[in-house]
Design a protein around this ligand. Structure first.
Ligand code: GLC
Length: 750
């Protein structure tokens, strides 16, 4: 039969069958290899696979333990030669030649450092996040790291908490989308690719709800908040094929995650059908003892194993006690076998049995393409929060600028927290970029004023004031050193550290316009200083290329498009503060009696009696989803395809967004819904979708979203997922406090 007589599609189908039969093995072969290997393993070798230790280089003790099969994975070894040497012992000297996995916290870059995750979240651009993780994976895998402990998916509502910087913000939909993008970036399409790195959704769960924003602290979370707010990003990551999950240090309602069978077995394993690795956090198994949840390390090991936490990170709890626990009937061999299967499966999936060693010498670090992606990410992560009289972008008429502040030239701190391998000599600081780009066009008067963010020494203030007086505009680079956010780095006062406020006050006295640029790992309490500055650009910690990105933004080569992934409080006392809050029975209006104007001897019931602060009102300084541009956007013509939605139906919600300014710009269009009445109270607003669009001056686009009944589901406090009839409000909006509003009704219908 002549080929031409076969339909092309049939030919393709035929080829697919041939390929499947003789080409790539079916998945089952990994399972078969795992079972075959497992059947040969001794008990000690099995427990060894569950043992993850931190690396202290190659020494006789480590070599012996690897040779005896007592170690399954190693954390924090990043020297490729040492990695190969350790791997060679595992492959050549251990009885079953099971390779090791090498792991590292590659959180927002390996060598090329991207903006901190909360900064990347401000881009609201999954591609920015995926690109960042992809670059990080390529660089980390090039030294032999094949397992990272990211994305961090903890919903964070409290800026006192040091780890808010590592999160993707306060909203479950935004964190879910970006978390999935990060998993994809790290893992690529195929884990067996040499540049693929296994991701790890952490910290499961509720870690961001630590009481009073203090790290590792108690978390009291209602069932509906757990299900509706804290768990969705983990479910999204699991559904996206995230290779591992890490349990958190904290307890939820009295049960630490490292021993929480409801969280791990009932929800993660049984309900979500997750059968990949669950790893403890560092020492978190042993910390069941100080939690008061385990009598001793042996009891902690028993709890961890029975909670199906497969890998014991650096706690040495499983190795010494598993045999005794088995003998005493406190753990089952089947549970251990399943845990070992998960570890072996990942090693096969990563291709470590076929390619255990890393090719040394191929230097991909700081490749131009990586630096370019890092700069693009830093541009999209910056949030313009104030821009009086459109001072930014700086006018071409400006002849001189004063560059002042502790973060103007802080190559280490600009990278932010959770940077183990980034090299500060590669950081492009704002000062360096400004001189490189404009040193021959402008008079740049640099006077640090303070040498580091916590500096209280005012001896350099006069130089700074002098530089300001000699300049047309002041660029003040302030914020936090990297160490002031991140794990265990919580702050009860989230204002500008050191004497930055005092320095700003003196600069404000000069009458020169001030552009305030803040690099920080959290929202900085700035309500006192804000009136002194014309423009406020918030960049979190922008990473290696932050200075180049900021220079483009300040001079208009790039246009700010970031929007807040967290609510920005006026005062720390408002924490925790978030947009998707409940309305309460006494929601505060706008006409509030505030502390400044309470009459003397005011009567007990004369003040509002609604839920607000006398000294801070009820609204934040800047709302979730807020960010300015150098252009303006107009929203009009909101349309719904129907005002009644039923179980099988969908609603198309659209509006026109127009660029009404003089510059091209990107706008993050947001879709919010409010379930007006429920059998439990529902948030005043919930983000359901978003889209980032680019519009030329004068250009208008129709932005449309689709809502289905499933998007209205929520959980109550009895572990029931509900979909309830009733009236819903809907907005298409530029942020969580504005927008075009309409409504629809949901009826179960036919
Ligand atoms: C830390 C962190 C966790 C990290 C792990 C390994 O304590 O809680 O995020 O991945 O230990 O460094």
């Amino acid at each position: 039969m002549k080929i031409t007589s076969i339909k092309y599609s049939n030919l393709l189908i035929g080829m697919a069958f041939v390929f499947a039969a003789y080409g790539k093995q079916p998945d089952g072969s990994i399972d078969q290899k795992v079972d075959q290997l497992l059947s040969q393993m001794t008990w000690e070798e099995k427990i060894g696979q569950l043992n993850q230790i931190a690396s202290y280089g190659l020494n006789d003790d480590i070599a012996a333990r690897i040779k005896n099969g007592a170690i399954g994975s190693i954390l924090n070894e990043v020297d490729p030669k040492t990695i190969n040497a350790l791997q060679e012992i595992a492959v050549k000297d251990s009885r079953l030649s099971i390779p090791l996995i090498f792991a590292r916290d590659v959180i927002h870059g390996f060598k090329t450092i991207f903006p901190v995750p909360l900064g990347q979240a401000s881009s609201w651009n999954p591609l920015v996040v995926e690109n960042g993780a992809r670059v990080a994976a390529v660089e980390a895998a090039s030294v032999g790291i094949r397992w990272t402990f990211a994305p961090m998916l903890d919903i964070s509502r409290d800026h006192r908490w040091g780890r808010i910087v590592e999160s993707l913000g306060e909203d479950p939909v935004l964190a879910s989308r970006l978390g999935v993008a990060m998993v994809k970036g790290f893992q690529g399409d195929d884990l067996s690719q040499p540049t693929s790195v296994a991701a790890c959704a952490k910290h499961y769960a509720g870690y961001g709800a630590a009481e009073s924003g203090r790290d590792y602290n108690t978390a009291i979370i209602s069932g509906e908040q757990l299900r509706n707010v804290y768990l969705p990003p983990f479910k999204a990551a699991v559904d996206a094929g995230c290779a591992s999950v890490m349990v958190s240090f904290n307890e939820i309602n009295g049960v630490p995650s490292s021993g929480n069978e409801y969280l791990v077995k009932q929800i993660l394993r049984d309900e979500w059908r997750y059968d990949d690795i669950v790893v403890s956090d560092w020492h978190s198994i042993g910390e069941l003892v100080p939690h008061g949840f385990a009598r001793d390390l042996k009891h902690a090991a028993e709890i961890g194993i029975n909670t199906t936490i497969d890998v014991d990170m650096e706690n040495h709890a499983y190795l010494p006690f598993a045999a005794e626990l088995l003998k005493e009937g406190k753990i089952k061999e089947a549970v251990i076998n399943q845990a070992v299967r998960r570890v072996l499966k990942l090693k096969y999936e990563l291709g470590l049995f076929d390619r255990p060693y890393i090719k040394t010498g191929n230097n991909v670090m700081y490749a131009d393409a990586h630096l370019q992606k890092a700069k693009e990410a830093a541009v999209e992560s910056a949030v313009l929060l104030k821009n009086e009289n459109n001072l930014l972008p700086l006018s071409q008429k400006i002849r001189s600028i004063a560059v002042i502040g502790p973060m103007a030239d802080a190559p280490h701190d600009q990278m932010g927290t959770w940077v183990f391998d980034g090299d500060k000599t590669h950081t492009v600081t704002p000062l360096a970029a400004l001189f490189a780009e404009y040193g021959d066009k402008l008079k740049i008067n640099y006077a640090q004023g303070l040498t580091f963010s916590r500096d209280m020494n005012r001896s350099k203030f006069s130089q700074a004031v002098e530089a300001a007086r000699a300049s047309d505009v002041i660029l003040f680079f302030g914020g936090e050193e990297a160490i002031l956010s991140g794990e265990a780095h919580c702050r009860a006062d989230i204002g500008l550290p050191g004497a930055q406020r005092e320095l700003l006050a003196e600069l404000a006295q000069t009458g020169k316009p001030i552009v305030l640029v803040v690099m920080a790992g959290r929202a900085i309490e700035i309500y006192r200083e804000l009136p002194w500055v014309k423009s406020y650009l918030f960049t979190f910690h922008p990473g290696t290329m932050g200075g180049a990105a900021l220079t483009d933004l300040l001079f208009g080569k790039a246009v700010p498009s970031g929007k807040l992934p967290v609510t920005y409080p006026k005062m720390v006392g408002q924490s925790p503060i978030y947009y998707n809050h409940k309305n309460s029975g006494r929601p505060a209006g706008d006409d509030l009696q505030t502390i400044e104007n309470i009459p003397l001897e005011a009567g007990q019931v004369s003040l509002g009696n609604t839920n607000y602060y006398l000294d801070a009102g009820q609204s934040p300084l800047f709302p979730f989803g807020f960010g300015l541009s150098y252009t303006t956007f107009e929203y009009s013509d909101l349309k719904l395809s129907t005002t009644t939605l039923d179980k099988s139906g969908k609603i198309e919600i659209s509006c026109t967004v127009k660029n009404t300014g003089m510059r091209a710009g990107a706008e993050i269009v947001q879709l919010y819904v409010c379930d007006r009445v429920g059998t439990i109270t529902r948030p005043v607003k919930e983000l359901k979708d978003f889209d980032k669009i680019v519009l030329q001056p004068g250009e208008a686009k129709t932005v449309s979203f689709t809502l289905a009944a499933d998007d209205l589901k929520f959980w109550n406090n009895h572990d029931e997922e509900l979909l309830e009839e009733g009236d819903y409000s809907v907005w298409i909006a530029p942020n969580s406090t504005e927008g075009l509003e309409s409504s629809f009704t949901y009826l179960h219908g036919k």
